[in-house]
Design a binder for this molecule. Structure first.
Ligand SMILES: *Cc1c(COP(=O)(O)O)cnc(C)c1O
Length: 369
């Protein structure tokens, strides 16, 4: 079988009884939409983060959009974020009519260069959207200071950082709200689409709760602003409840796999992920860097290893975002990175055999470049 960066089937084989029991629990419950499983998952997921409110939504993109709207961000407002992210971060900002403004990333950990944020603030800036990319946390302290000085809202994009910590503080618990995706590949993944917004602020939580349910406060009455239909599915919520209990184990498994890559590839000229001091990396993806990236990926195909690039094009370089007006060269670290990165297989149920096959092939390819 072709080796890919992600495969959920070994995990499903282990957890099948529990997953099918979750499905059966919902089907037999008598309530298929916004029932007990969604309510319980919302409470349990918020609790995991020490936060007061959780709102389950249909996916991570809508979690970001509804969280921005719930935080009071308006069309025409500027939101500072990064271009080195999954396009949905920026799609969500665009979808609510706000304007994304990009800062570059750091060479070391590929995360938002928080030193560049102050200079990007204008009188239209209303929010900062740090992305805890690849499984590692952005330093929130300087952002929270800027937010206090300039009266900005901070939304954390935690779609790749479930359970990641910085100085012991879990991702998503520092800003004014946090958005999560439970797309199957994520560190906490559903068996389909899902997302959530977490916040300590009741007003924001109430707003997001209305927005995911057409804008209705109660049934059949849109009180303030028309919303979406963005409900988290009841079956996915019940599966996520089961998997949340294993989240810390999934993370430990990912970290063990990362440690194995580091010891087996540390003497090669691949640039391995660098963990910033204070961070607990959860390795959503294991991103490595090499100037001959394209040759390496091509040669690995002859070993039946088909890897992925997260992400091959920075968002500002995608034609759909040409309207934002960024020229090539405007975000040099982001642009250089995109030419050189690729991801090694990473998922909790990755077997030692498959990992060894990848390590062996990568070493052989590197030695014959
Ligand atoms: C996956 C992801 C999203 C979007 O989540 P979906 O559930 O696919 O809509 C947003 N931001 C980041 C950083 C992601 O990785």
């Amino acid at each position: 079988m072709t080796v890919r960066v992600w495969n959920y089937l070994p995990e499903y084989a282990e957890e099948r009884a529990d997953i099918l029991d979750a499905v059966e629990t919902v089907f037999g419950s008598g309530q298929l939409v916004l029932g007990e499983s969604v309510r319980s998952f919302e409470a349990e997921f918020a609790d995991y983060h020490g936060l007061a409110h959780g709102i389950g939504v249909d996916n991570g993109t809508n979690a970001i959009e509804l969280a921005l709207r719930g935080l009071g961000i308006q069309p025409g407002d500027e939101v500072i974020t990064v271009s080195n992210t999954a396009a949905p971060t920026v799609v969500a900002i665009d979808a609510m009519g706000a304007t994304p403004v990009f800062v570059d990333i750091r060479e070391s950990d590929y995360l938002m260069d928080t030193d560049q944020v102050a200079a990007a603030i204008t009188e239209r800036t209303r929010a900062i959207l740090p992305v805890h990319l690849y499984g590692q946390c952005v330093d929130m302290a300087p952002l929270m200071e800027l937010a206090a000085t300039h009266e900005l809202r901070i939304l954390e994009d935690c779609a790749q950082a479930h359970g990641a910590r910085r100085n012991g503080v879990v991702a998503g618990s520092t800003g004014h709200a946090a958005a999560y995706s439970f797309y199957p590949t994520k560190v906490l993944g559903a068996y389909g689409d899902g997302g959530a917004v977490l916040t300590d602020d009741k007003e924001t939580a109430d707003a997001v709760r209305r927005l995911r349910f057409y804008g209705m406060e109660d049934r059949y009455f849109v009180v303030q602003t028309p919303g979406h239909n963005s409900r988290l599915d009841e079956v996915q919520a019940e599966i996520l409840r089961r998997k949340l209990r294993r989240l810390d184990t999934y993370i430990a498994d990912r970290q063990a796999i990362a440690a194995r890559y580091a010891s087996a590839l540390g003497d090669t000229d691949l640039v391995l992920p660098s963990v910033t001091p204070g961070n607990d990396h959860v390795y959503y993806v294991y991103v490595v860097r090499h100037p001959r990236r394209d040759d390496i990926l091509a040669r690995l195909k002859s070993y039946d290893i088909n890897l992925n690039i997260s992400y091959p094009w920075p968002v500002h370089a995608q034609t759909g975002f040409a309207k934002l007006g960024y020229q090539p060269g405007s975000l040099p670290v982001t642009e250089a990175l995109a030419e050189e990165i690729f991801s090694l297989p990473m998922y909790p149920s990755l077997s030692a055999d498959v990992q060894d096959k990848v390590i062996h092939a990568v070493r052989e390819v590197l030695s014959t470049l």
